[in-house]
Design a protein around this ligand. Structure first.
Ligand SMILES: Cc1ncc(COP(=O)(O)O)c(C=O)c1O
Length: 381
């Protein structure tokens, strides 16, 4: 019998999700309706924060966060090279420049010590710091809070990998000035495309809401001019149409009911991989943490083995990904900013050794055993 093809991630949609989307589809509001507010409330309550502002995707949410933080030409965003390009691209969208500090190999996330060195090199010019909870690892936020306070920077966690994770007994979403989420199908919950920013700040929430809807307000208390009639609205800044639809939010709201179960299953899968693979020589498992949300399960092998192992897994219908080619080494960044291999040794070493194994809640134990056997079989042959 042919093996089922496994990818590194995929969504889990059930009949309840479908019924909720159909219910909204038959109703009055396809967009700009009450399901958006209901999904935002569910997200904010889950994280224990005051506001959640949804966006069409995580990239637009990052763009909104940079704009709300006031980043613009002449400013810098400090982030990690080990992330998806959207993290640093969001600084470029607002005319700012992304700068990078290397990762800590113990967490695979931005190294606060190297971040501090970078901040000292660029005194007064880093307006925002965006650490990424890579793979779902809830890195310690305190050193970044301290750095942000010392350097007058806004702290934005790119938690697109970390919804449902915990840090110090609290859900991800509470620690930074703004926390950005993605609901792409490989993430912890999905709305197909979708994203959000979580924040405790009324001012950031208001700026984010304006930004995602053309910069136009219909709220009388915010008007700058005397209303000419009940139709009055004002465009007060340049915004975009980055609104998530009620259809997407219906799916998101339904998925939120299973978020904790999804994350528990991801943790079970991680524990099973660890049990099955911990004694394989030439293999390193990802850093563990009890609050890990396990968006990814990136293993490391010797750089020379990575390509052949990747091919071997593909031959066995396990079609994976490498997360990530360090962002500064994409041709666009190299050409525009002159980055060279060697600039970020830890991120580069990780990139050359990493493969993300399948990690999604629909995986069965037998699938995990099959993947682990395949990895072990290749490395021990
Ligand atoms: C770390 C990180 N940031 C941002 C994004 C962008 O999210 P989206 O795909 O929803 O635009 C992603 C998506 O993969 C991501 O992994």
């Amino acid at each position: 019998m042919k093996n089922k093809t496994l990818a590194y991630g995929r969504q889990w949609i059930n009949d309840d999700d479908i019924a909720e989307v159909v219910r909204v589809l038959k109703g009055d509001w396809l967009t700009q309706g009450p399901t958006v507010a209901a999904f935002e409330r569910a997200l904010a309550d889950y994280a224990g924060v005051k506001h959640a502002v949804t966006f069409v995707n995580g990239t637009a949410a990052l763009h909104g966060a940079m704009a709300a933080a006031g980043l613009g030409p002449g400013d810098r965003l400090l982030t990690t090279p080990m992330t998806f390009a959207a993290t640093s691209n969001s600084a470029l969208y607002v005319g700012a420049e992304p700068v990078f500090a290397d990762i800590d190999p113990a967490t695979l996330c931005l190294d606060p010590v190297k971040a501090e060195v970078k901040l000292k090199e660029l005194p007064g010019r880093v307006r925002a710091i965006a650490p990424v909870s890579f793979a779902g690892y809830p890195f310690a936020m305190e050193p970044f809070k301290k750095l942000a306070a010392e350097h007058g920077a806004v702290l934005i966690e790119d938690a697109c990998h970390a919804l449902g994770g915990d840090r110090g007994g609290r859900k991800i979403g509470f620690d930074a000035d703004m926390t950005v989420l993605s609901f792409h199908p490989v993430k912890h919950i999905t709305t197909a495309e979708g994203g959000a920013v979580l924040t405790q700040s009324d001012a950031y929430a208001q700026a984010l809401r304006l930004f995602r809807s053309h910069g136009i307000t219909r709220s009388a208390s915010d008007f700058e001019e005397e209303p000419e009639g009940p139709w009055h609205c004002e465009m007060q800044s340049l915004g975009y149409n980055y609104r998530l639809t009620d259809l997407s939010c219906a799916l998101g709201l339904s998925q939120m009911r299973r978020l904790d179960a999804f994350v528990s299953r991801r943790r079970e899968i991680a524990a099973l991989y660890r049990r099955l693979l911990s004694d394989v020589s030439g293999l390193a498992l990802p850093p563990a943490h009890e609050g890990h949300a396990y968006h990814l399960f990136p293993i490391r092998v010797e750089a020379a083995q990575r390509g052949p192992l990747f091919a071997h897994l593909a031959e066995n219908d396990i079609r994976l990904q490498v997360h990530y080619s360090p962002v500064p080494h994409h041709p666009y960044y190299r050409k525009r900013f002159g980055y060279r291999w060697g600039d970020f040794p830890e991120a580069e070493r990780f990139y050359h050794e990493a493969i993300s194994l399948p990690m999604f809640p629909l995986l069965e134990d037998a699938d995990v055993v099959r993947v682990a056997d395949c990895v072990r079989g290749f490395l021990e042959r």
